[in-house]
Design a protein around this ligand. Structure first.
Ligand code: AMP
Ligand code: MG
Length: 343
């Protein structure tokens, strides 16, 4: 199959909508990352997402809508707290877990009684969903285990020959996947951090709970509330390590690790902030240390670049966990198998 990459225009959106109605897969730009979309109500199309990604069948998909009016038929109930979050943060980078209606196939929910719903901030995404006339099930558009794509070119790297079309909406503004919030109970719980931060949720609801596995791996035999959490994720082929602490010590420790690795025949690279001086060592920028949004927008591209350049060790500077920094550290932590050195 030939994979076309087309800029977002009326024509390409129309074509994308037709493909979805025929049960095909379409690469969709959103403000978070590129998604791999299919008709959420067509089990066969949904199964093809799992095939194209190599995704384990027990990892559920998020269902995307173009406006809130499309939600009631997809869920059994919208609890009050969920409504307040919807009013505050949609359209935007937030997924709400709600009790699913019978029309949502088990293939989408991976057998769970719940479904993740999102109204994306990206206008291109909403136009595409509206044109398709169906809710769109879409996980991130990477092959399973790889960093999520934040450009159409990155999605093509992973999906070339597997899907007919990728809509190119330019680089993703946020750069990490949506915040996943379990809103089935009275107190919503953040299962996966993202662009809607714990601070923002707290401002709306007066309190916030964050699942303990956001910054730690699952223990043997434990079940994940968010099934995606149990898999190695976002990882380049290169070994990935993180250094955390005050900037001066981190810079010193990273320089030392780099030089030792190089002497041992490795090809290291530093994922570090522009303000920090690593001399002539290979450095891939995470932007400014004072703007965690930079690191969010750049992290996945940086992890991909590590592999493209044949580097064997990624030495990362930790980001402050305030605001979107928590989402960055969650992805970086997973990429590194939570190999975090406190210096
Ligand atoms: P992706 O779009 O690739 O980031 O994957 C979506 C993620 O959302 C999954 O890995 C799950 O962890 C989470 N998710 C989707 N649906 C549910 C659900 N019904 N309950 C809990 N987590 C979910
Ligand atoms: Mg994903």
């Amino acid at each position: 199959m030939k994979t076309e990459v087309l800029p977002v225009t009326e024509d390409s959106i129309r074509l994308a909508g037709e493909l979805i109605r025929r049960g095909e897969l379409v690469g969709m730009p959103t403000e978070t990352v590129y998604g791999l979309g299919a008709d959420a109500l067509n089990p066969q199309a949904v199964l093809n997402i799992f095939k194209a990604k190599g995704r384990p069948a027990d990892n559920p998909l998020i269902v995307h809508v173009s406006c809130v009016e499309e939600i009631p038929p997809l869920v059994r109930e919208i609890p009050g707290a969920a409504r307040r979050l919807m009013d505050a943060f949609w359209p935007g980078p937030m997924t709400l877990i709600l009790p699913k209606a019978d029309c949502i196939p088990n293939e989408v929910s991976a057998g769970l009684d719940t479904v993740g719903i999102r109204l994306p901030g990206s206008e291109a995404a909403r136009r595409f969903i509206k044109e398709a006339g169906r809710p769109i099930a879409a996980p991130s558009g990477n092959r399973s285990g790889r960093p999520s794509p934040t450009t159409a070119a990155h999605m093509l790297e992973d999906m070339d020959g597997r899907i007919p079309l990728i809509l190119d909406g330019g680089p993703c503004a946020v750069g990490v996947e949506s915040s996943v919030i379990d809103a089935t109970g009275e107190t919503p719980v953040i299962l996966r951090p993202g662009g809607i931060t714990p601070e923002m949720v707290k401002n709306v609801l007066g309190g916030v709970a964050v699942d303990e596995h956001v910054m730690s791996p699952l223990r043997e035999g434990e079940t994940a509330r968010s099934p995606g959490m149990k898999y190695r994720h976002y990882a380049p082929k290169a070994k990935t390590v993180i250094y955390e602490g005050d900037a001066e010590h981190v810079i010193e420790a990273i320089r030392k690790r780099y030089d030792e690795a190089e002497a041992a025949g490795e090809k290291p690279a530093i994922l570090g902030f522009d303000e920090h001086d690593f001399g002539s060592r290979v450095q891939i920028s995470l932007g400014s240390a004072t703007h965690p949004e930079d690191a969010a927008a750049r992290l996945f591209a940086a992890l991909r670049e590590i592999d493209e350049r044949g580097l064997t060790l990624a030495i990362c500077e930790a980001v402050s966990m305030d605001g979107i920094g928590l989402a960055v550290m969650n992805r970086m932590g997973r990429a590194a198998g939570f190999d975090i050195e406190d210096v």
